[in-house]
Every structure is written in C-alpha cells, then in structure tokens.
Ligand binder design. Structure first.
Ligand code: FAD
Ligand code: SF4
Length: 463
C-alpha cells in the first residue's frame, strides 16, 4: 500500500514471551510514532469518526494537537468528553466505532485513533496533568452506586458541574469490571486504572467501599438520608451457566469467578495464596471478549487451552484483535463444537467433557446462522478444568430492595436512553445494569447521559 495508507505499527510484546507473563501485551506509541500517525488524519470537516464515538470526543481536534506535539492540549480536548481515556484507548472496540467510520479506512488503514488516545492519556498520567474541576459547588448531594465505568463517568461529570457526589462500591477496590474482569495484560491496574480513578477523586468525588446497596443500606434509605438523586451503575455481574450435567463439579468456574480470582485476588502472583485451578488442560466455553480473557489467563497460568464455541470463526463475538492475540499466544479454537456434559472421576474432579459437532443452519433472531447439532458426532475432550463464559445478567439485589424500580424480564433496570431516568423519581441508571453486558464506552456514554438527566432534574426541582 502507498505511504500514508498504512498506519504506524504499534509495538507489542513478543507472543512467545508474553504467553508466560501478565505484563501488558501492547506497548503503545511513543511521541514520535504518535505524531507520525497523527499526520495521517485528514482533519475532515464532516468528521465521521466523531459520530462513531459514543461519548463524541472531538477526534480531529485532539489528533491535530498530537500532530503539532501539543499533548497537554490534546488531553484537555479528550477530557471534555471522557474521564477515562487511558482505559478506553486500551479496551474500546475502536474498529467498530470511531475507526470503523474513519474516512482513511475506505482505501487503507483507518487512523489509529485508539492508540493515539492511549498515548495522550498515558502522557497525562505520567506528567500528572490535572482534569479541570468545578468552579463552584451547588450544595446538592448525589449518590452513585457502583464504581465501574458508568458510575465513575456519572460521578466525574456531576462533580465537574458542582455536585457533592459520593460513590458507594460493594467491593473493596474501585473500578468494577476494569479491575476484577479485564486482565492485567490488557489493562494494567496500578499504572492505568488506579491512576485514572485518582483523577476522578481530584474532581472532588468521594468513595465509600464495602457498601452493598440492598444489604448495607438501600436506595430508599439513601434518599431519606438526604441524597437528592441516585445513579445506579451496578453492572451485570451474575454469570449464566448451560445447565448441563457435571457443571457443578469443583473445577468448573464461571469466567467471572476465574478472572476475579486472578485479577482482584492476584491468584496469578505466587506471593498470594488465592486458590485457582491452574489446570493442565482447560476448556473455555464461549466466544466473547470475556472468554478470550479467561483463555489467555489460563494459558499464562501454564495450561493448554481450548476455546469451545458452537458457531464458526466468523461469528465469534470477541474483538478481532483479541482473537488474533489469543491465537498468536497458542490458544486452540475448537469451533462449531458444543458441550453436552462434563464428566467427573470418582473424586468428583473433572476428567473430560463430552462435546458434539455443530453446523450452521438458517439465521436466528440475532441475524446470525443458528448452530445445529450433527447427530452422532459426540466425542470426549480430555480436560481437567472448565470455564463457562456464556454471558452475565444484572444482580436483582438492588431492584428487589428498591420500591417502585421497574425491571424487564432479563432483570435489567428500565431507564430512558437519553437521561437514564428510571420509573422511580430522582433515580437514574445506566451501563450494564440497564443494557445487560455491553462495553466500557457504552457504559460511559450512559453515565454521561445520567449526569445530564440528574442535573436537569435537580435544576427543575429548584424552580
Ligand atoms: P461494572 O463495570 O460491572 O461496574 C459495576 C460496579 O458496581 C462494580 O464495581 C460492582 O461491584 C458494583 N456493584 C454491583 N452491585 C452493587 C451494589 N448492590 N452495591 C454497591 N455496588 C455494587 N468492554 C469493552 O469495551 N472492551 C473490552 O475489552 C471488554 N472486556 C471485558 C472483559 C471482561 C472479562 C468483562 C467481564 C467485561 C468486558 N467488557 C469489555 C465489558 C465492560 O467491562 C462492561 O460493559 C463495563 O465494565 C460495564 O460498566 P458498568 O459501569 O455498567 O458496570
Ligand atoms: Fe481524521 Fe479519520 Fe476522523 Fe477524518 S474520519 S478526521 S481522517 S480520524
């Protein structure tokens, strides 16, 4: 391809080396590389990339600043729309969002918007560039439930508007899926997540950990105690299972539990004594990003890992980059294959999994071709650990303890997309708790909408 059509390559750890460690896979751009990549941006008047960004970052404006070497200015532009750019630069599915719309992508590679965002955000963290806070406080108290990307964004935006915000988090650490789900090798916890949360604290947001809303206290009690509005960003952390025989054996995990043990409870670090099945042969059932994370974690813990997925490669829901990285590292893909039962030995330990071959039939309601079993094609695969990664749903604890809060049949909180307004006055919601498992940037977009909704509600209440 002609010069200018191809993006500046990003440096990565060698696949053979990184398959044995938990350090970050992608090393990112340095300033010289970022400035060179930024020259590929055409600074379009009608910039399609902005339309593809759920929080509408002014992409051409920040990329032009990078091109000129004004990185602090670039950070300020991103900061107007996103409180977590070092995180988004690493985990957003840019290929289907901003980069998917970039005009450069028609005849060559789209501009590496995600890697440029990451470079700018990392520069801001390294140089401790502060976000711009509120000019004055308005005295209103708002409670935010959950410290994942939706809660952090809502809290940060409200603090910038002058609200007195307290985030209540059930776990002992802040960050939601960013800390307990996404592994260190994709999203470093201390170097990136903790530092970016620090910036939300610098805006004046207060955090209370180990508070489970629905148990320690309830939303109705928070309102009685003087919180004038509440945002629920409690995510969708309840794992689903297949319901096949043998699924309750000892070495069968949900991907959430497996990843939490590794990420939050540091099972991968030999100086911690958190137990985790460091199996020799692991099957991960499912084909999404969570399955890729579980597979790559098990691989790093020393296992031979098979991803067992019932459709073909084209239908894998995981990001292309994650599948590519998993393959490069040595994860084996057993496609068009579905588990039938998990077989246990006399001690109740997993000894194998019976699977059946599948073929693709007519498209189903999702538009993807339906997988159909091929009769008589069952066989056993020799595994000692199974990780189920079949999706998650919201925990009903909050909805069942809050009067007048409507949920749908999937237990998701019903909320307006534009404002996050729920069926209960003064209570707003967004992120995975409303949509079911989705993405970081969609959760952030919902947090922004919730902050705007709460601001309008409280201003109107004042009148
Ligand atoms: P969460 O991040 O789930 O945060 C919810 C928070 O609320 C948690 O901290 C939880 O402890 C807290 N909470 C729950 N109930 C209560 C309660 N009763 N009281 C107080 N606190 C409570 N998305 C991407 O865009 N890119 C990726 O690469 C990607 N990879 C992923 C990998 C994994 C393993 C997983 C699990 C998800 C991944 N996602 C990815 C999805 C993304 O992380 C989520 O969509 C996003 O984190 C949702 O944000 P949230 O704020 O709605 O909820
Ligand atoms: Fe630059 Fe691509 Fe956005 Fe145009 S669409 S402004 S080339 S990033």
């Amino acid at each position: 391809m002609a010069k200018g059509m191809v993006r500046v390559p990003v440096r990565e750890q060698d696949p053979k080396v990184r398959a044995t460690n938990f350090e970050e896979v992608c090393l990112g751009y340095n300033q010289e590389e970022a400035m060179e990549e930024a020259t590929r941006c055409l600074n379009c008047k009608n910039a399609k990339c902005i339309e593809g960004c759920p929080v509408s970052i002014n992409i051409p404006a920040f990329v032009q600043e990078v091109k000129e070497g004004n990185i602090e200015e670039a950070y300020k532009i991103i900061g107007q729309s996103s409180a977590l750019p070092a995180i988004c630069g690493r985990v957003c599915p840019q290929e289907s969002q901003c980069e998917g719309k970039c005009i450069r992508g028609i005849k060559g590679d789209p501009v590496s918007i995600g890697k440029l965002e990451r470079f700018v955000a990392d520069y801001a963290l390294e140089h401790d560039i502060k976000p711009e806070g509120a000019k004055e406080q308005n005295g209103y108290k708002v409670a935010v439930i959950g410290s994942g990307p939706s809660g952090l964004t809502c809290a940060g935006d409200l603090a910038k508007m002058g609200y007195d915000v307290t985030v209540f988090e059930a776990l002992h650490e802040l960050g939601g899926v960013l800390v307990y789900g996404i592994p260190e090798f994709r999203l470093p916890k201390q170097k990136v997540v903790a530092k970016e949360i620090e910036k939300v604290k610098e805006l004046g947001v207060k955090f209370e950990t180990n508070v489970v809303i629905g148990k320690s206290t309830t939303i109705d009690q928070l309102i009685e105690e003087g919180f004038e509005a509440v945002f629920i960003g409690s995510g969708a952390g309840l794992p689903m299972f297949m319901g096949i025989p043998g699924e309750n054996a000892n070495e069968v995990f949900s991907a959430n539990e497996y990843l939490t043990r590794s990420n939050l409870m540091k099972a991968f670090d030999s100086s911690y004594d958190t137990p985790i099945a460091a199996g020799k042969k692991v099957a991960v059932v499912g084909g999404g990003n969570v399955a890729m994370d579980a597979a790559r974690t098990a691989l790093r813990l020393g296992a031979e890992v098979h991803v067992v997925y019932r459709r073909s490669e084209a239908e894998l829901p995981a990001r292309v980059e994650e599948v590519y990285h998993a393959k490069e590292e040595g994860v084996i893909f057993d496609l068009l294959t579905n588990p039938k039962q998990i077989n246990v030995d006399e001690n109740g330990n997993v000894k194998s999994m019976t699977v059946i071959k599948m073929e693709l039939g007519e498209p189903d309601a999702s538009g993807r071709r339906r997988p159909v079993e091929i009769p008589g094609s069952e066989y056993d695969i020799d595994v000692d650990t199974v990780i189920m990664s079949l999706g998650t749903s919201p925990n009903p604890l909050i909805s069942s303890t809050t009067k007048g809060l409507e949920v749908n049949r999937r237990k998701c909180i019903v909320a307006e997309e534009e404002s996050g307004q729920t069926s209960k006055e003064g209570v707003y919601a967004g992120g995975d708790a409303v949509t079911g498992a989705a993405t970081v940037i969609l959760a952030m977009g919902a947090g922004k909408a919730g902050a705007k909704g709460i601001d309008e509600y409280l201003k109107n209440k004042e009148k």
